[in-house]
Design a protein. Structure first.
Length: 418
């Protein structure tokens, strides 16, 4: 009997969500003897790691059919089609199509079209019907949006994901009701450009409308969490939810990218430095226990030391805690790749300084969280997260998926300890 297909996921939470849908489609189609790699294209390093992972999987599975999909397969299909280790390349739209998996399952000798990657910009719907959500026994992720209408000069993702498209609110609410009935205590809303949700729907609702509707229509949901947002697009209802809805978690991950106005303009971002600071101050005024994560790029083309210092100071000015630092790497086909590049050693050094600022910010946050009672969602018998997404380690096991109240007695600079 042939083995069930193996799946490897690289990159973002949305990729992981879609891998779960692919597993279901592959199982229903009867696909066997395959290795599927769901790739990421956010940086050149991500593509390099994808190629490395494909070679490793081929060595470990010499007789398997290797199928490559995801954003890197969508944006540069020829890169993977030219690899001897790869049998088929499937686009981001195609990977969410049951017929594609049935075709691959029916073709035992690999004679179907080797590259199936169509124009992602022609896709107008999400594949929300394929899976209700995924996660641990404690937390489920629900895709409410895909794609992006913006064209930041450093970013290849719109060419991998297509234009923005939203899952209707009624579908989202029904999914969340089912997940709560299954025992999930926390739901995380995910998407590529989450704050653009609703722009393509009738009446053009906003993300805040969706959040308020979920909290009203699913009263048994203990915790609702939002993934990465673009602060300049936050609407009035979302600010109201931050201020009044305790079931909306006080943790927002902000797509800031930089702290210098000229660099932000060259990135083609839609906010300026003061916009980010004002949003952080207002959100914290409305919800004093609010914590922020943020994406920041070090070494964007033309970045001077003074401009980098503006990014470094943004950690303090916005009171950021959880930093995702990206050393800039050029993506072929993006405008930023044609701009004057910063020396690689300077990029590495600046990224290290940002990460050190992040380390200090985390330690300061943990100092404030120690000795206080927290409501903690258990992700494993010995680990859970507070409402601010702070990791907590337990000396004695608790029930996975449970919400427990505990007071951490200390921290080690990275996590709290009970």
């Amino acid at each position: 009997m042939s083995a069930a297909p193996k799946f490897t996921t690289l990159g973002c939470r949305l990729n992981a969500y879609e891998t779960e849908a692919m597993k279901r489609m592959a199982e229903e189609a009867g696909l066997s003897g395959a290795v599927v790699v769901n790739t990421c294209a956010v940086t050149s390093e991500a593509v390099r790691k994808a190629r490395q992972e494909i070679r490793r999987l081929r060595r470990e599975n010499p007789d398997a059919r290797v199928i490559v999909t995801g954003c890197a397969a969508q944006t540069e299909p020829e890169t993977f089609a030219d690899m001897d280790e790869v049998d088929q390349v499937i686009g981001n739209s195609e990977k969410m199509t049951p017929d594609v998996w049935r075709d691959m399952a029916a073709d035992f000798v690999g004679q179907t079209e080797r590259v199936r990657v169509n124009d992602i910009m022609s896709v107008t719907e999400t594949a929300e019907h394929l899976i209700d959500g995924f996660g641990t026994r404690s937390r489920a992720y629900v895709q409410v949006q895909n794609g992006c209408d913006h064209r930041c000069t450093f970013c290849i993702i719109p060419y991998g994901r297509g234009n923005s498209r939203s899952v209707p609110a009624g579908v989202v609410v029904d999914q969340i009701k089912r997940l709560v009935d299954e025992g999930f205590n926390e739901i995380v809303l995910t998407g590529v450009d989450l704050t653009s949700w609703g722009a393509d729907l009738p009446a053009q609702p906003k993300l805040g409308d969706l959040v308020m509707r979920i909290l009203k229509l699913v009263p048994d949901l203990p915790r609702l969490r939002i993934s990465s947002i673009d602060s300049i697009e936050v609407d009035e209802n979302l600010m109201q939810a931050i201020a009044t809805e305790t079931r909306l978690m006080p943790h927002l991950h902000l797509s800031l990218q930089h702290g210098d106005d000229l660099i932000l303009k060259r990135m083609k971002r839609r906010h300026l430095r003061d916009d980010a600071i004002r949003f952080a101050e207002e959100a914290r005024r409305l919800r004093p226990d609010m914590t922020f994560g943020a994406d920041i790029i070090a070494g964007f083309p033309t970045e001077t030391e003074a401009q980098f210092d503006n990014s470094l100071r943004l950690v303090e000015d916005c009171a950021l805690t959880w930093l995702h630092v990206f050393p800039y790497s050029p993506r072929p086909g993006t405008p930023a790749a044609r701009m004057p590049q910063v020396d690689g050693r300077a990029i590495k050094e600046r990224a290290a300084r940002l990460r050190e600022a992040g380390r200090i910010a985390v330690s300061r946050h943990l100092d404030g969280a120690t000795g206080r009672a927290h409501r903690i969602l258990m992700e494993a018998p010995d680990m859970g997260r507070t409402e601010q997404f702070t990791e907590v380690r337990f000396a004695t096991p608790r029930s996975e998926g449970a919400l427990v109240t505990a007071t951490p007695a200390r921290h080690d600079g990275q996590v709290l300890h009970v």
